[in-house]
Design a binder for this molecule. Structure first.
Ligand code: ADP
Ligand code: ZN
Length: 229
């Protein structure tokens, strides 16, 4: 074990970036290309809310207001998910860690299996564009493909390009007002993580204002490089 992310342990990759930066979209693509498991704490929390668990009940109001759910709840949910055998293929974390305390807890958690963070990739975007992106977005209820009222409508109105489903979902926190609160939380709590990973030589930055495919290409190159390191 050389103490840095290496090819002999399953990769742990982190996507950093504000709401709307494209973490979920890109994580899904990297999952396919590299055979990794996307792990979104936002998705896990929404599932807990939908299931009506105790953690979900506690998280719901905070999420609807655009704040951060407590580290205790998020860590418990993540720890459970990491116990599932599929995560042994390697994970791409989307929306976690979001605080320095979570970053430290992640180190401790993956150290139990001899793992370290391979790379933290920051998706660099402009705040104002994020308000527009997030407040118009929706996803396919069948396959999870992302769409946008202005930027990416299905080729045939009301039908998913990917799977043909006709039902779509919008998140209750994807309103212009709540996005601003989420951006504030991001700058206060999460943006400092770039410096945290940079100090350890694990940070990479990608311009994420461009076309989705261009961002995927830049990310793919970085992940391939991190895996080879
Ligand atoms: P986004 O990145 O677009 O803000 P997510 O789906 O990642 O959306 O998260 C939605 C909400 O879930 C957040 O606004 C927050 O309330 C909660 N949440 C998700 N991940 C975390 C986390 N790691 N720590 C605290 N709260 C979280
Ligand atoms: Zn679909």
């Amino acid at each position: 074990m050389d103490g840095t992310g290496s090819t002999d342990t399953p990769p742990v990759l982190i996507l950093l970036g504000p709401p709307g930066a494209g973490k979920g979209t890109q994580a899904r693509r990297l999952e396919e290309r590299f055979g990794l498991v996307q792990l979104s704490t936002g998705d896990l929390l929404r599932a807990a809310v939908a299931a009506g668990t105790e953690a979900g009940r506690q998280a719901q109001a905070v999420m609807e207001a655009g704040g951060l759910v407590s580290d205790d709840i998020v860590l418990a949910i993540l720890r459970d998910r990491l116990a599932d055998p599929d995560t042994a293929r390697g994970v791409i974390l989307d929306g976690f860690p979001r605080t320095t305390a979570q970053a430290e807890a992640l180190d401790a958690l993956i150290a139990e299996t001899g793992q370290t963070v391979d790379a933290a990739i920051s998706l660099e975007v402009e705040d104002e564009a994020m308000v527009a992106r997030v407040s118009g977005r929706f996803t396919c209820a069948g396959c999870g493909e992302g769409y946008h009222d202005a930027f990416k409508r299905p080729a045939q109105e009301g039908v998913c390009d990917g799977c043909g489903a006709t039902a779509f979902k919008r998140r209750p926190d994807d309103t212009a007002e709540t996005v601003r609160a989420r951006l504030d939380a991001y700058h206060a709590e999460t943006a400092p993580l770039a410096a945290f990973y940079d100090a350890r030589g694990q940070l990479a930055r990608v311009d994420a204002m461009g076309a989705i495919d261009d961002v995927t290409e830049a990310l793919g190159a970085l992940v391939a490089k991190a895996r080879a390191a």
